[in-house]
Write a protein that binds this ligand. Structure first.
Ligand code: SF4
Length: 350
C-alpha cells in the first residue's frame, strides 16, 4: 500500500536541533505543511485518498503535531518560508477553539516572513454547515478576519472534484460566507478516473468556481499509494487531457496546471514522442536550492506489484524502518545543528 510514497518521511520531515518534526513537512521551499493532531480525520474518506495513512489508527505512520511552538520556532529558523498550510486529514474538522490554539501563536509571534496561512479542506463541499450553522461557524469566520487583521493572507484550499459539489444552495452559501470573511477560496482536486477524467467536467467545475468568485488552482495527479487502481489516470493520458482543457475559464481565470506527481510539483506538459508514449515532466517547485525547477525529466516507471497482502506488509515495514533510521541520524552526537532540509536534493517523481 506504500503509505508514504516518494520518500515523504525520509525527505520531507525536517530535523531541527536533532529532533524529528513529525507534525511538519517542508517539501516546497516557501511552504511548510502543518498537521495538527486533532485535524487528522476527514469529512470525506475518499477511497483514493493519498493521506489514508493518517486515518488508519497506526500512530507511527501518522504526521501529527500537538502544539504550535515547534512550528513557530521552525518559521523563525527558516526565513525562506512564507506559507503555512494546515492540512491533514482536514484541519476544519477541529472546533474553532482548538484551531485557534494553533493559529494564534503564529499571529503573536511576529514572524515577518510568514505571509500566507492556508487551510486545506473538504468542508466546503461535504460539510458546508461548518461555515453556516455549526455553533462555532461564526467564530471560524472571525478567526479568518483576525488572521487578515494581523497582516496575513488567508486562503481556504477547497477540494471540489466535481461540479455537483457546488450545486446545492448550502454549498453556494458556505462559499459566499468564506469569501465575505475576506479569505480567498482556491480550488483543487485530484484527477480521478470515472469521476472527473473528462475535460468537459473540469471546464464545468472551473466555470462554476469562477462564477462564485473562487479561484481554480490545482489539478492533482494521483500518487503511488493506497487502493488507487480503480481511480488512477496514467500520466500520458493526464497530459493529453490537460491539452484538451479550455485555455481559460471565462475572462478572469487562466487554466490551472496539473501538478503534484509524487512529491515534487510537476507539470506534465507534453508527451514524449516515441514508442513508449511517456509523459515528460517539469518540476514547478522543489525544496531547498532549486536547480531542478523547470528542467524536463522523465518520470520513474512504477512496476506493477503483486498481491495486496504482499504489498501492505513491506510498505509498513519500510515506513517503520525509515522512521528508526531518521531518529538514529537525528541524534545530536552524530548530526548536530539546524535542519538538514536546506541542502537536500529534491525528490524525483513517483
Ligand atoms: S477529502 Fe482529501 S484528505 Fe479527505 S479523504 Fe478525501 S482526499 Fe483524503
Amino acid at each position: 500500500m506504500n503509505p508514504h510514497p516518494a520518500g515523504q518521511i525520509d525527505l520531507n520531515v525536517p530535523i531541527e536541533a536533532g529532533a524529528v518534526q513529525r507534525g511538519l513537512q517542508h517539501k516546497y521551499r516557501q511552504t511548510v505543511l502543518f498537521f495538527p493532531a486533532q485535524g487528522q480525520t476527514c469529512h470525506a474518506y475518499c477511497t483514493y485518498c493519498f493521506r489514508w495513512a493518517q486515518f488508519v489508527g497506526l500512530e507511527d505512520l501518522k504526521f501529527a503535531a500537538r502544539e504550535a511552538e515547534t512550528l513557530v520556532e521552525y518559521l523563525r529558523n527558516h526565513p525562506e518560508v512564507t506559507d503555512v498550510l494546515f492540512t491533514g486529514g482536514d484541519p476544519l474538522v477541529m472546533r474553532t477553539s482548538v484551531l485557534r490554539r494553533y493559529v494564534e501563536p503564529l499571529l503573536r509571534a511576529d514572524l515577518p516572513n510568514l505571509a500566507h496561512i492556508r487551510f486545506g479542506t473538504k468542508a466546503l463541499a461535504y460539510w458546508p454547515a461548518r461555515f453556516l450553522t455549526d455553533p462555532d461557524a461564526d467564530d471560524l469566520l472571525r478567526l479568518f478576519g483576525e488572521i487578515q487583521a494581523a497582516g496575513k493572507h488567508v486562503a481556504v484550499m477547497a477540494h471540489y472534484s466535481h461540479p455537483r459539489e457546488l450545486a446545492t444552495p448550502a454549498a453556494v452559501a458556505a462559499l459566499q460566507r468564506v469569501r465575505d470573511s475576506g479569505a480567498v477560496v482556491r480550488c483543487q482536486a485530484p484527477l480521478v478516473r470515472r469521476v472527473n477524467d473528462d475535460p468537459a467536467v473540469w471546464a464545468d467545475l472551473w466555470r462554476a468556481q469562477v462564477r462564485l468568485g473562487a479561484v481554480p488552482y490545482y489539478m492533482f495527479i494521483e500518487r503511488d499509494t493506497g487502493p488507487k487502481e480503480y481511480f488512477k489516470v496514467p500520466l500520458a493520458r493526464a497530459a493529453d487531457l490537460s491539452r484538451r482543457l479550455p485555455p481559460a475559464v471565462g475572462a478572469v481565470s487562466q487554466r490551472p496546471r496539473p501538478v503534484d506527481v509524487g512529491d515534487a510539483r510537476q507539470d506534465p506538459g507534453r508527451r514524449r514522442d516515441g514508442d513508449r508514449g511517456q509523459a515528460v515532466l517539469r518540476a514547478a517547485d522543489a525544496p531547498g536550492p532549486q536547480p531542478r525547477v523547470g528542467r524536463p525529466h522523465l518520470p520513474r516507471r512504477v512496476r506493477p506489484r503483486r498481491g495486496l497482502d504482499q504489498r501492505a506488509a513491506p510498505g509498513l515495514r519500510r515506513a517503520r524502518l525509515l522512521l528508526r533510521r531518521r531518529a538514529r541520524r537525528a541524534r545530536p552526537t552524530t548530526r548536530p545543528g539546524p535542519s538538514e532540509h536546506a541542502g537536500r536534493d529534491p525528490p524525483t517523481a513517483a
